[in-house]
Design a protein around this ligand. Structure first.
Ligand code: MN
Length: 242
């Protein structure tokens, strides 16, 4: 499988990181007495996974211009800010998903939660899209969609309604809850994993996701994504993992 999921991100890159730049005892020994001054310049512990396609691969539905800013500036900033926030704290020892569930709902940890959740959400979003996406979902997912929504078209309508109905920044999701598929929306950084739901697919409806290409026309962006980019195979794989 070439599909990358956010749950891959905390463990594998962390080992790479430890084996690489900061792997030597000499560097660690040097870093220790210098404390934060050096740590601020040290490589991140939570690593931003590479995009699963070239930055122009979703053109013209999502332009390379948008993707360059979205991945290279917005997503990267969440990862960088998360690493700054957890450096030197017990949270730095946790996997990304554990950081999210540990800090969710805690007012004094809102900054960490927001950056951790946005780090996870964006990696999940990149994988929810693919070049030449859309079309007909794989058979098992299609059958489940028809059972719970009547048809794929009905599901797409519900996703569009959720995406356009989200007031301000947030996300539209296809999730499973209690063995059934459901469509939900969340505000800002919020995400299904803290609500007893499992995410299958997401669409970013923050303005930075579409404004350069669609300006205020969020519905046009979401419709184009659902018709041309949505990665049903990723959703099917997430469903199969249960
Ligand atoms: Mn975004």
């Amino acid at each position: 499988m070439t599909t990358r999921t956010p749950s891959d991100t905390p463990s594998a890159p962390r080992r790479d990181f430890l084996a690489g730049a900061a792997g030597s005892a000499a560097i660690l020994a040097l870093a220790e007495p210098l404390g934060m001054a050096l740590a601020a310049d040290a490589p991140s512990v939570i690593v931003q996974p590479p995009l699963p396609y070239a930055d122009n691969a979703l053109d013209p539905v999502i332009s390379a211009h948008t993707l360059g800013f979205h991945y290279g500036k917005h997503h990267k900033a969440y990862v960088d800010n998360l690493n700054k926030a957890i450096a030197g704290t017990p949270l730095a020892d946790l996997a990304l998903e554990k950081i999210i569930t540990t800090t969710a709902g805690q007012a004094d940890k809102a900054g960490v939660f927001n950056n951790a959740a946005q780090t996870w959400n964006h990696t999940f979003y990149w994988n929810s899209l693919r070049p030449n996406g859309g079309g007909i979902p794989p058979a098992a997912l299609k059958a489940q969609i028809e059972k719970d929504f009547g048809s794929v078209e009905n599901l797409k309508k519900e996703l569009l309604t959720a995406a356009t109905g989200q007031f301000g920044s947030g996300w539209a999701w296809l999730v499973t809850e209690g063995g059934k598929l459901a469509v939900t929306k969340t505000g800002n950084a919020d995400l299904p994993m803290t609500k007893g739901q499992k995410a299958l697919l997401t669409i970013d409806v923050w303005e930075h996701a579409y404004y350069l290409d669609y300006q205020n026309r969020r519905a046009d962006y979401v419709t184009a994504v659902l018709d041309k980019l949505v990665n049903w195979q990723f959703a099917a794989d997430n469903l199969a993992r249960g």
